[in-house]
Design a binder for this molecule. Structure first.
Ligand SMILES: Cc1cc2nc3c(=O)[nH]c(=O)nc-3n(C[C@H](O)[C@H](O)[C@H](O)COP(=O)(O)O)c2cc1C
Length: 326
């Protein structure tokens, strides 16, 4: 089964505004999400929202026109609600609630996946946020299967959907699973989908067309959310939906250059080089030529970004010789 709806996942420190611009220009996503906006103790400020989600200054969409939902991560219903309301006033085209973040610091203060241990509070957050998000703006939530066990995943999902969210995204792992390969439970996402009256979005370990079709078949979900795979292959959504050719090595290098330019535009005072290396470390997962040409190691050894970009651009000729279709 080919999924009809593909969503670009939130990834803190990885899929920020410049990366959203590059990935949503490389292929078509139905919408994407901001990195989590942590709210604790007090409502988020407009300036913080606008700096984390600069697309709010341009109608809440990326340059390609892809809507950017704002993801809120908090543990106090009133503060989450006030923050969501402000995001809507600033033009957010959708709001998502984070019930999956495994970061120790966040969990210690009761946020993210820690809320899976307190289903009543999680329900309370969803209800309070539902009260303030206008009916025309979708409210979604993203959960893991549980804290250290998936035994109560159906009950947790019900606490969310019964509060009136418009869709529920399920990352098929517990908090304890982290991001470990082989731990994702598409079968449990299927059970949640069967019980849930609103659309369920399946997430976890979709890296190519075959895994997308398999995930869709097992979960029965028509909507998938793509995270690490989307960064490893910049046109993954089109590869899945349209059976498009994966970006060639040359197109991939163009995407890295486009990311550098977008990063400079959004953060003129910051050095893009560490983020370029991070992008390459994801791309290395897909591009064999990168491994055989030792590009990642050679780029890391470069003294400057200019040198790294010139090396990358010159490597396209080498890659063409190695693997014309790579
Ligand atoms: C570095 C990193 C940062 C992430 N940040 C967020 C986040 O801000 N909000 C969120 O809901 N999920 C976050 N996630 C989880 C992803 O959205 C996704 O649920 C997870 O990676 C599983 O999908 P995948 O197997 O397709 O990567 C993050 C994951 C990673 C690896």
């Amino acid at each position: 089964m080919i999924p009809s709806k593909l969503i670009l996942a939130p990834m803190d420190g990885v899929i920020d505004a410049p990366m959203r611009r590059v990935l949503t220009s490389s292929c078509r996503y139905d919408y994407c999400e901001s990195e989590f906006v942590r709210v604790s103790g007090q409502c988020v400020t407009s300036s913080r929202l606008l700096s984390m989600v600069p697309e709010l200054r341009c109608g809440g969409v990326t340059a390609a026109g892809t809507p950017v939902y704002v993801q809120i991560l908090g543990q106090e219903p009133e503060i989450c609600a006030a923050s969501a309301e402000l995001a809507c006033r600033l033009g957010a085209p959708g709001i998502d609630l984070n019930f999956g973040c495994p970061a120790r610091q966040v969990n210690k203060s009761g946020g993210g996946a820690a809320l899976l241990k307190d289903p009543d509070l999680m329900h309370g957050i969803c209800c309070r946020v539902r009260d303030v998000v206008p009916a025309g703006i979708p409210l979604t939530a993203k959960m893991r299967l549980g804290w250290d066990s998936s035994d109560r995943c159906l009950e947790l999902a019900e606490q969310i959907w019964s509060a009136g969210v418009d869709a529920l995204c399920v990352h098929g792992r517990t908090r304890e699973d982290g991001y470990a390969t082989g731990t994702v439970r598409w079968d449990l996402i299927a059970r949640i989908r069967e019980a849930c009256p609103v659309p369920v979005i399946a997430n976890g370990d979709v890296f190519d067309r075959a895994s997308a079709m398999e995930c869709s078949r097992i979960t029965g979900c028509d909507s998938l959310m793509l995270a690490r795979g989307a960064v490893s292959l910049p046109n993954l959504a089109d590869v899945i939906r349209l059976d498009a050719e994966p970006f060639s090595y040359r197109r991939m290098v163009e995407a890295v250059v486009a990311f550098t330019e977008a990063f400079r535009e959004y953060s003129p005072d910051r050095d893009p080089f560490p983020r370029v290396k991070q992008f390459l470390s994801y791309l290395r997962g897909y591009y064999n030529a990168m491994v055989s040409l030792n590009i990642f190691r050679r780029v890391c050894a470069c003294g400057s970004l200019a040198e790294a970009l010139s090396l990358l651009q010159s490597s396209t000729a080498e890659a063409d010789q190695l693997e014309p279709e790579a």
